[in-house]
Write a protein that binds this ligand. Structure first.
Ligand code: GLV
Length: 309
């Protein structure tokens, strides 16, 4: 039986090594080199070519190589009988907390402006709010959103959180569901998106939301590019509804050269690096789920197809 990795344009040799360091007997294929399609029972994918996964008659389960599984759920050819799971690791949580804290601090302390002023040899101090007067809103309070919200609250920021179902987090003002979205957004100065991408959350970062935020606020998107309506962001920035955007994810990645987001002072771009899955840290989870799938056991970190995460 074989475990197949499919991740176009990625060097997967470290993944193969990490799996073999746990169990050297696992037979591994790396797409597109597949020895025998009939032997493939488990695949690990990142942005796989759609419609590829219905070509394995004995496929039992598929794991995302990262925390998000939207790239698997959007493939309508994936047979219903195939279970979907993802990886979760303390390192993914830690990296996301670091990234969000770095972005929030840079915005709060005006470093985004000072870096630009360096180029112009301009000496100009700016006022900055204290954390207790800075209202940060986090959309999505799951494995990554909840620890990020807790961290900011512990540091004294005024934090609100919004999720599909009600959640309680100490020192965080939580809201749930569509009905409370407006109340959640109201007065938010920095809005952070950590939602899973589903039909209900696609395009949620739009002009209507931006207009409800604090005047000249910021958005930080570390979820998926499709959460954001690109044209609405450009409009909101150009009309001073928003002051800036800090983006790690984009509808098309790598972000094309001609994209309107490049070369704008008020958009900070990072190349989808907020939280990167490291092979050695999750190989044991993949091996465990591979073995579970083979023996018909329930998978860990299974994705609910209905909910979309
Ligand atoms: C990264 O975006 C992930 O889903 O792990």
């Amino acid at each position: 039986m074989s475990l197949l990795f499919i991740a176009p344009d990625r060097d997967l040799s470290s993944w193969e090594d990490a799996i073999h360091s746990i169990d050297p007997n696992i037979e591994i294929d790396i797409w597109p080199a597949i020895k025998d399609k009939n032997r493939v029972q488990f695949t690990v994918c990142w942005n796989h070519p759609q419609h590829l996964l219905d070509g394995f008659p004995n496929l039992k389960a598929v794991s995302s190589l990262g925390a998000g599984a939207d790239h698997l759920l959007s493939d309508k050819s994936l047979p219903e009988s195939v279970d979907i799971c993802r990886v979760v690791s303390p390192s993914l949580v830690q990296q996301m907390k670091e990234y969000i804290l770095a972005a929030v601090l840079n915005i709060q302390r005006n470093f985004v402006h000072y870096i630009r002023q360096n180029d112009q040899k301009r000496w100009q101090p700016h006022n900055h709010p204290s954390p207790k007067n800075l209202h940060v809103g986090i959309m999505g309070l799951g494995e990554l959103g909840k620890p990020a919200a807790k961290q900011l609250a512990e540091l004294g920021y005024q934090v609100s959180g919004w999720s599909r179902s009600a959640k309680k987090i100490e020192s965080v003002n939580t809201f749930a569901g569509k009905d409370e979205l407006h109340k959640f957004i109201n007065n938010t100065h920095i809005l952070i998106c950590l939602l899973p991408l589903t039909d209900k959350t696609r395009g949620i970062l739009n002009l209507e939301i931006f207009k409800q935020m604090d005047d000249r606020g910021w958005i930080i998107n570390v979820a998926r590019g499709e959460h954001l309506v690109d044209e609405d962001l450009i409009y909101a920035l150009d009309s001073n509804i928003l002051q800036g955007a800090w983006l790690d994810v984009f509808s098309e990645e790598p972000l094309p050269d001609k994209h309107a987001f490049w070369n704008r002072e008020n958009i900070i771009i990072t190349p989808h690096i907020a939280s990167i899955t490291k092979p050695n840290e999750v190989a044991n989870q993949i091996v465990e789920n591979y073995k579970r799938a083979l023996s018909g056991m329930e998978l860990n970190h299974k994705v609910d197809r209905e909910l979309g995460y």
